[in-house]
Design a protein around this ligand. Structure first.
Ligand code: ADP
Ligand code: G6P
Length: 736
């Protein structure tokens, strides 16, 4: 068992070079503070950037840097100034960050930023290859490193790779705006497991995968040729005990041992006992809605003037990404707003806003959390917002009110807080009023429930859940790989094929011999395919059957002149050696007039879908519809049909982007086993791609070589990745 390796842009510590003296401070931001709690520095490795460029550390002995990082279980990815500019300040924070937080107007699409992003992602991938082994578990974090999973996968096809996004994944309508959207998705798909904070982000991601890459997605599994990628939501928690214990320790301090900040807060509490403290803590970031919060605070004081002199807002803004122009503008705007509001409303005894623009040590954070009656966190968009959770964890007497933006990921788990829309000033003003007047019993009841939940689903549980899910997914993929037709397996099949006296071969058509086409009529056989089939057909030792859900007319056109054996409509019709099709089963089609109008109404309401009419079945195809909408309509149609056909001995087959209504009891498995009984075959092979082929895999005898195309769950013994591999295998069998 290898080690766990965490990879993120930020390491948990940031280096500073003060006149050639190296020092380190803890990183701020949810990723670093959260993941730090699950990083065991003696066992695991954390790979990331130390916060200084190579030029910044020219005068410092490299070994000193490495030693310092090693002592914290970390390894450095060296970035030069160009990297920092183009990758960090550029693509990460001037393209992805605004776009993913729905600030479309701030997103810049600079080719040079993208080039730097690719280059630096490659540096991270190289650092992983240099510092880890293929059996290690690799956990890549956040939007700065979305290409890394695929870059590592290219070097190490069997690696175990997880990825977690700490920010929102936007709706497809926003994501599609980015010129390099496909490359980003492909980069992420190098992972085995992709984690998001909420189900909404997960659903947006899956929708982009379907629409941009047209990949098959079933529930939260994405199917590539030879791997399945799982996508799931794991809401990140906090180190609950750490915050609770810190608050307990803080509350037991003698007044004289308290921090300066706490002593000042205490003084104000004593002088104005009925005054209330509102707390706002964030990195100084436009996504956090600090400017709106200030304006709505001013509005609150105008709407409820009785609270003037009585309510103080403590704003703590942590400096962040100060090279990015939008952040500089925001800083200026906030400085001015604080100045103006304080200037207009302050009295000799009362300053409405206390504004701190700095990073504070942990103990001061606890001072603020424990001293403030109300935490007021109103991001415009926030992947999670851990501050909200930290505030609740420190309220050991369960007093305190949390006002939280419904746009924060944490709102999904914190329904007991007062949820507001950060753009609705009226609602905000009224909610602050409600928070101030909330009876203690109600505060405690709400916080009790919140605390129980946060204690249970803490950051440790989050990491364990992610890791267990990653391992399970890996095991699934390993079980596919172990059944993959490797060179040696192919050789074994060939030997059995060569030595057999009489062979029976079933080949499904669409998705097995040819790929899917937008228009099924156009997926006609090519010369290469005819050549392969011709060889099987002409071999007197082999009985070849093309076995398909297709209608008999299409197969008549394509294969009748060749004289191939064919089974169509999933087992209704059979034609041997060029003879006319005859019915294999006693089936009816008088039900079609009842079902057709239902399908027609779905075609009318689902652009891109169409009906295929066969002799004994009707199929509703939705491959060319909007993928999400098509899926929705498919579910709706299944429900409608299921109740409609209840007494008709019919069944609804849910195939690959097609719903087919057909007679029950007719299936490929039944035909295949009937045909098997006709002669004494000592080699049987069946190849197919969708679940209608599973009937064959299940019903053929154990000696049969059954092969599934694609890595879906199957009863087949083996799998191959795609139609090209099927043809390769067939050609191999034919070789002298
Ligand atoms: P984001 O990740 O967008 O910055 P979060 O609320 O998820 O937002 O995480 C912020 C983290 O940074 C929290 O864990 C919080 O404790 C920490 N933090 C916030 N403000 C400060 C500060 N002034 N000094 C030190 N750490 C801070
Ligand atoms: C958010 C991001 C993190 C980032 C943090 C601080 O939490 O999700 O990836 O580290 O903000 O931002 P910074 O740019 O300073 O790393």
């Amino acid at each position: 068992m290898g080690k766990t390796v965490i990879i993120s842009n930020r390491l948990p510590l940031q280096l500073q070079n003060n006149n050639e003296t190296l020092s380190a401070t803890p990183s701020v931001g949810g990723l670093a503070t959260g993941v730090k709690s699950v990083h065991t520095k003696d066992k695991d490795l954390w790979i990331g950037w130390n916060g200084l460029s190579e030029e910044d550390t020219q005068n410092i002995d490299q070994k000193e840097i490495d030693d310092l990082l090693t002592a914290h279980g970390c390894a450095n990815v060296a970035l030069n100034q160009d990297d920092v500019e183009g990758f960090y300040f550029g693509f990460s924070n001037r393209t992805i960050w605004p776009l993913f937080h729905y600030f479309l107007e701030y997103a810049e699409f600079e080719l040079s930023f993208w080039e730097a992003y690719k280059r630096v992602n490659q540096k991270f991938a190289d650092a992983i290859i240099a510092n880890c082994a293929e059996e290690d578990t690799i956990w890549v974090h956040d939007y700065q490193l979305m290409l890394v999973p695929q870059m590592v996968r290219e070097q190490w096809p069997d690696a175990t790779i997880g990825f977690f996004l700490h920010i929102p994944f936007p709706s497809y309508e926003i994501f599609r705006v980015m010129p390099w959207r496909k490359e980003v998705i492909q980069g992420l798909l190098g992972a085995d497991l992709l984690g998001f904070h909420t189900y909404d982000y997960e659903r947006h991601f899956l929708s982009s995968v379907r629409r941009l890459l047209g990949l098959e997605v079933s529930f939260n599994d994405i199917y590539l040729d030879n791997r399945v990628i799982k996508v799931d939501s794991f809401p990140m928690g906090i180190d609950y005990d750490k915050f609770e214990q810190a608050a307990i320790a803080h509350n037991s301090l003698m007044p004289q041992n308290r921090s300066d900040l706490q002593q000042r807060l205490d003084k104000h509490k004593i002088s104005t006992p009925d005054a209330k403290f509102l707390l706002s803590i964030d990195r100084l970031d436009y996504s956090k809605g600090i400017a709106k919060r200030l304006k709505s605070f001013e509005y609150f004081l105008q709407k409820y003037p009785e609270y003037q002199q009585k309510v103080r807002l403590i704003i703590l803004a942590v400096p962040s990404r100060s090279n990015v122009p939008q952040y500089q503008l925001l800083k200026k705007e906030i400085d001015e707003l604080v100045g103006r509001i304080n200037g207009e409303l302050a009295t000799v005894n009362w300053t409405p806003i206390w504004y701190f623009y700095r990073s504070l040590p942990f103990e001061n954070l606890i001072d603020l959390y424990t001293s403030c009656d109300i935490a007021w966190l109103t991001p415009i968009r926030d992947g999670m917002n851990l501050v909200a959770k930290e505030y609740i964890a420190t309220r050991t007497d369960q007093s305190g009110v949390l006002i939280l933006s419904e746009m924060a990921g944490s709102a999904n788990e914190m329904m007991e807080s007062l949820l507001i829309n950060p753009n609705n000033f009226e609602q905000i003003a009224d909610t602050i009023h409600d928070a101030i007047s909330m009876p203690m019993a109600e505060q405690q009841a709400r916080n009790k429930t919140l605390q129980e939940r946060l204690r249970r689903y803490n950051v440790g549980k989050w990491a364990t859940d992610f890791m267990e899910s990653l391992q399970a997914q890996k095991n699934n993929n390993v079980s596919f790989s172990s059944r993959k037709i490797t060179a040696s397996v192919a050789k074994k099949i060939k030997t059995a094929y060569d030595t057999a006296q009489k062979r029976l071969v079933f080949l499904d058509y669409d998705g097995t011999l040819v790929g899917f086409h937008k228009n099924p009529k156009k997926a006609s056989p090519d010369a290469g395919l005819y050549e392969i089939l011709e060889h099987f057909h002409n071999d007197p030792k082999t009985d070849l059957y093309l076995i398909s859900g297709r209608d008999k007319q299409t197969f008549t056109n394509w294969f009748m002149p060749k004289g191939y054996n064919m089974v169509t409509e999933h087992g209704v019709w059979i034609s041997r050696a060029g003879s006319d099709f005859t019915l294999l089963e006693n089936v009816k089609n008088d039900w079609m007039d009842k079902i057709r109008p239902v399908l027609e109404s779905f075609v009318d309401r689902t652009p891109g879908s169409f009906i295929e009419e066969k002799n004994y079945s009707l199929a509703w195809h939705y491959r060319n519809t909007d993928p999400d909408f098509g899926q929705l309509r498919c579910t709706e149609l299944t429900t409608v049909l299921t109740s409609l056909i209840a007494n008709d001995n019919l069944s609804v087959l849910n195939g690959n982007k097609v719903l087919e209504i057909k007679n029950s009891g007719v299936n490929k498995g039944r035909v295949a086993s009937k045909l098997f009984m006709e002669d004494s075959y000592d080699f049987v092979m069946a190849i197919g791609d969708d679940w209608t082929d599973e009937y064959m895999f299940e019903e053929l005898p154990e000696m049969a070589t059954t092969i599934k195309v694609g890595p879906k769950k199957t009863h087949a013994k083996y799998f191959v990745e795609n139609t090209e591999k099927v043809r390769e295998l067939l050609k191999q069998l034919l070789e002298e």
